[in-house]
Design a protein around this ligand. Structure first.
Ligand code: SF4
Ligand code: SF4
Length: 162
């Protein structure tokens, strides 16, 4: 601990992302994630701006930074030209680099998802493709999908595919 703020500020995106937050809360007011989660981009910008290492580390270890949907609705609304969504992106990177994300359920979930998407793009050229949506990794797809994957060859034959 001790230089998290320096690491965050050394990110090439930082200069354009957080200039001087005046805590107006407009970003939080329009943020769709703030509507559904205990999540407040204003508070995140304030924490980073204040530079309290202990609070920043707490943030990097928490679920909070993973609630952002990266919609960037906050970008054009900020009267100070800040980009809270980009600040959060920097925090996510540092959280991954430091290994802190492992302490967050949401962090583990999203890092795993992004790694899977990256592998898919490299291996098959798509972010997501039915061939790699395995039921054991995607239980949310439900029993119909599980049945389909087990019987895909028979289904294809019946539909005239090789
Ligand atoms: S809208 Fe901009 S100035 Fe206002 S709280 Fe959010 S980041 Fe800070
Ligand atoms: S980018 Fe993140 S913080 Fe900004 S409005 Fe969208 S969900 Fe909220």
């Amino acid at each position: 601990m001790g230089n998290l703020i320096d690491i965050i500020k050394s990110d090439v995106r930082y200069e354009d992302s957080l200039k001087a937050c005046m805590n107006c809360g407009i970003c939080t007011a329009i943020c769709p994630a703030a509507e559904f989660y205990d999540y407040d981009p204003r508070r995140i910008c304030d924490t980073v701006q204040r530079g309290d290492e202990e609070q920043v580390e707490k943030l990097l270890r928490s679920d909070t930074i993973w609630y952002c949907g990266q919609c960037m609705s906050c970008k054009p609304r900020c009267p100070r030209g800040n980009i809270p969504g980009a600040v959060i992106n920097i925090l996510r990177k540092v959280s991954q680099d430091m290994g802190y994300y492992k302490e967050s359920h949401m962090g583990r979930q999203q890092v795993d998802l992004m790694a899977g998407i990256g592998d898919n793009i490299l291996n098959i050229g798509y972010c997501v493709h039915p061939d790699v949506v395995f039921p054991e990794k995607h239980p949310e797809q439900g029993p119909v999908w599980e049945w389909y994957v087990k019987n895909i060859k028979a289904v294809n034959r019946r539909n005239g595919f090789p």
